[in-house]
Structures are given as C-alpha cells and as structure tokens.
Design a binder for this molecule. Structure first.
Ligand SMILES: *Cc1c(COP(=O)(O)O)cnc(C)c1O
Length: 528
C-alpha cells in the first residue's frame, strides 16, 4: 500500500489563499503519517527475547507449523510509536468538545475508571461462586435502586448490553405480556423522527412498524397517533425528550390513550440526560424505557462499545423481566438463572421471565462506572447535570440562531440544539461540507442529517461538562463559518477537511464496500 501524497496536502495559513503544500515525508508538523503495522514490521525482529526452544518435530507429533504466520516483527519502541501515532489520528472527548447530538458525549470522570479497575470488579468472572461475588452483586443491587428511584419505575432488567438491546428487551417483555393476555397485537407505532434503532428493533422482534407523522413544530402528532391506536397495536415507541431536542408535552395524554387501547408505552430513554433527577418517566405513564448508562451516566462510548442498556419496567411488565433475577436471601445476594430456581423463591411467584438477553448478567465495568458517577454526584448533582446540559444547549441555540437556521428555535430546547440547512441555501455549501469544515477548526462535527424530519439537519449536543469559555469558543467558530458560507467563500468548505490526518472520505464506499482485512500479496490467503 503506497501512501498517497495527496492525503497529506497542507493548506497554507489563511483560507482565502488555499494554496496547497505537500510534505515530502508525508508527516506534518509533529503529526506523523503512519503505515499499517504489517507494512512496517520486518521478519526476525521481536520486542522480547525468548530462550531458543529446542523441540523436535517428533515431540510435537508432526503438528509443528511449516510456514511463517506473517506476524509483523517490531521492536518495543516501534510498537509504542505505532500506537501512539495512530491514537493521535483519533478524536476523543478528552481532546476537545464533542458535539454529537443524541450521543451525549460527556466527560468520563477518572474516578469511574479507577473504581472499575479495582480487582474485585475488574477481574470478576461471571461464573465465580456466589460467596466471592457478594460485593459485586450488592453494587448491581444499589445501581438498580438508583435506576428505579430516578425513573419512578418498580423494576429494572440489567442485562441488555446497549440502548438498542434494551429496546429489544422492552419489546420482548411487551410481547410476552400480550401473549399472556391471550391477545394478538402485531403493530407498533413509531414516530417518523425516531432513531433508526426503534423501527429496526420493532421489526426484529416480529412486529410491523407503522409511522406516526411529526407536526410542523417538531412534536409528534398526538391526534394522528391516537387515530392509529386499535386492538392490533402492541405498543408505541416514543423518544422523550424527542430527537428534535424537544420535550413531548402531551406525553401523559398519549400514555392514557395508549393504555385505554390496551397497548404499552415504550420510551426510548437515550435522552435521559436532559431530565434525570427532574422528571420520573414512571410518572408519565411509561411502561418500559432503556437507559443508556454510557450516555447519561458517563461511561466511555463511541467506536462500538462497550455500553449498557438497563430497561426499567412498569408494574404491568415487571413480571416478564428476563433472567437472571437478582434476589436476596439469608445468605446474601443471589442470581436466579433459570425457571427451576425461580420456583424455589415463593415471593417471586408472579415472575414469568420471557427468557434471557445474554449469557451473563450485564456489563460489570459499565455498572461500576455508572454507580460511581451517581454516588459522586448525588441525586441533586444528577439533577444539576441535567439542568446544566439543557442550559448549555439553549445557550448554543440562542447564540447561533440568528446566523444559522433553527427550525424549532422559537421556544427553548432541551439538551440539544437542532439546526437545518436553510441558512446555506444558495451558497453551494451543504450540511456535509459545513460539518467537515469544522474538523479544520479542531471540532468534531455535530450529528448530521438526523433527525430526518428537518432538511440537512445539524444536531448539536454540548452536554453539561463544557465550560462557558469552551461553549463561547465553539459558538465563535460556528458563527464565523456560517458568515463565511453566506459570503460565498465556498472553497473553504468544498473538500474539507484539509488539515485532518485524512482528507474527505467516501463515506458511502466506506459503509458499502469496507475493506476489513489487510492482505499481504505474497502469502497464500485463507478463504474469505
Ligand atoms: C444512542 C441512541 C439509541 C441506541 O443506543 P445504543 O446504546 O447506541 O444502542 C437509541 N435511540 C436514541 C435516540 C439514541 O440516541
């Protein structure tokens, strides 16, 4: 693989003279270009000295390897440089503001990390005997208590691994509850502004998805939703605050209508960071809601994991919660893993678990981090975090809506500010160009083209952990960029980013034709 000199082209300072310089080395400043580890490795080099092993082929029963396995050979400093250079091509919340809407990229306190690494938690094995895991089970129990108190819901299933997995857990509980009533309800109502995981989960759980339109003000059309309710509707899936960053004010009325129709109310709780400690979803009539611990309760996420998506359940759905169930008896805490064990616990007589969501009982590392966050903030602190997140988003909305366009900017927003591309009309600059140009200014782009209900969406979620100075710097940059786009300085946006380790990627090809495996030409290849 050759380094394409084009990808290291550098723009001279000053955007109005975009004369490009190319470095000879491919490096730029103190940021280094980096090849794949397989390309820099050499045969016969290693970072450690092992004693020579004298083993005859006969002693290995003829099983010895006959060809090299093609692992890269590097010295220790080479390995360290390789990974440090790669890490500098990445972006993280620890490096700067990360305004991805809907994702809640908040600071991950180091205290959480320290707690999660305590050997009793970090080295825990899921099959360790009960007598050795009492502390961990007590921690899970305490976290369950926090989640049920904060949401005003009587039960919580801890095993789902992420938000989307929690949605599946909630819908499977709903399906079991409907089956227990001897009914057949194949339809689920999902607003058109919903996150893609909502209709995907409903379809995956075997339901048909029926879309509910949004009103011009960004709220779900409650009249249209009610009109769609009927004896074949199993549930609605509603996000609140919704994906436009607005609180669904008619939620209580919607819940009442849903229950009158014999259906259940699933709430996508990904936006809990806006209301935690202030609003209890149980008071709104919600039957099931996942909580993305990795968003609201600050565990590191992005790049695919790990996450945790506990699901709180109403009294109507609690009996159907999946195994395992955490209980306490005279010997302390215990996990009930199957239905036979369940029979021995008479006080759980009403429990009819629908099955299980995963082999074991959850993401211990995430549980420790989330509880550390809760305990270090306290309930008032959690509430303060939500209020500050909402304040930050409103500050951004108010500071940018005169130069950008905010489709629902007349009133306040919740924890994220939504803009559309009306302000770019006639400039030749698209939402994608605008977002990519932010990278040249040191900012990760906001969420783009989601939610789908507004054109060219830009969804900015600052979170509570940014200072006012940090928000002001961000606002300053976005204001300048918006004015430049309107002034016709298209060149700055076209083809951005120019200063990132990689220029603009073909995102469609990256998603549709990913190259997941490097191949060395001279080695015979295993079948794909
Ligand atoms: C993040 C998110 C999800 C999915 O959660 P994961 O933990 O990524 O599976 C669902 N809905 C909304 C609104 C989200 O922001």
């Amino acid at each position: 693989m050759e380094i394409d000199a084009n990808r290291r082209k550098v723009v001279a300072p000053g955007y109005h003279a975009p004369e490009e310089l190319t470095t000879i080395s491919g490096d730029r400043g103190l940021d280094h270009e980096e090849k794949l580890i397989f390309e820099i490795g050499r045969d016969g080099v290693t970072g450690v000295d092992f004693p020579e092993v004298q083993l005859s082929g006969a002693r290995l029963g003829g099983q010895q390897r006959k060809t090299a396995i093609g692992l890269p050979g590097l010295s220790e400093p080479e390995v360290i440089r390789h990974y440090v250079r790669l890490s500098r091509m990445n972006y993280a919340i620890d490096a700067g503001l990360y305004p991805l809407g809907s994702c809640t990229m908040k600071h991950n306190p180091r205290l959480n990390e320290k707690m999660a690494r305590l050997p009793g938690f970090g080295d825990l094995h899921p099959l360790a005997p009960r007598a050795t895991t009492q502390g961990a089970l007590a921690l899970i129990s305490q976290l369950m208590n926090w989640l049920t108190v904060l949401t005003g819901m009587p039960a919580v299933a801890m095993s789902p691994k992420a938000g989307a997995h929690g949605e599946l857990c909630g819908l499977l509980a709903i399906r079991a509850a409907i089956a227990a009533r001897g009914e057949n309800r194949p339809r689920i109502l999902v607003p058109e502004s919903a996150h893609g995981t909502n209709p995907a989960t409903a379809a995956f759980a075997g339901f048909t998805v029926d879309e509910v339109p949004a009103k011009p003000n960004g709220h779900v059309d409650a009249q249209a939703l009610k009109a769609k309710l009927g004896p074949d509707v199993a549930a609605i899936m509603l996000t609140n605050p919704n994906t436009c960053g607005l609180f669904e004010g008619e939620v209580v009325e919607i819940a009442k209508a849903v229950h009158e129709a014999g259906a259940y109310f699933y709430c996508d709780g990904a936006n809990f960071n806006a209301i935690a400690g202030r609003v209890r979803p149980g008071d709104l009539g919600i039957d099931a809601m996942h909580i993305n611990l990795h968003k609201t309760f600050s565990t590191p996420h992005g790049g695919g994991g790990p996450g945790a998506g506990p699901v709180v359940l109403s009294a109507a759905l609690a009996p159907f919660a999946p195994l395992p169930l955490l209980v306490a008896d005279k010997d302390g805490f215990k996990l009930i893993e199957d239905r036979d064990e369940l029979r021995l616990f008479s006080e759980l007589g009403g429990a009819k678990p629908f099955g299980r969501m995963s082999a074991f009982h959850g993401q211990m590392g995430m549980f420790v981090r989330a509880l550390a966050y809760m305990l270090s903030h306290g309930r008032d602190g959690v509430r303060q975090a939500s209020e500050d997140a909402v304040l930050s988003a409103n500050y951004i909305l108010a500071s940018l809506k005169d130069v950008m366009s905010a489709p629902f900017g007349d009133g306040p927003c919740m924890h994220e500010a939504l803009f559309d591309d009306t302000f770019l009309e006639g400039t030749g600059v698209t939402t994608l160009d605008f977002a990519k140009a932010m990278i040249d200014e040191g900012y990760h782009p906001m969420t783009m083209y989601f939610p789908l209900v507004v054109h060219g969406a830009m969804l900015i979620e600052p979170t509570e952990s940014e200072s006012k100075a940090s928000l002001d710097a961000f606002i300053h940059v976005l204001r300048e960029m918006a004015l430049e786009a309107k002034a016709g300085r298209k060149a700055r946006f076209e083809g951005a980013p120019r200063l990132a380790p990689r220029r603009r990627l073909d995102e469609t090809a990256a998603a549709r034709k990913p190259i997941l495996r490097w191949k060395r030409a001279e080695l015979p290849q295993a079948a794909e």
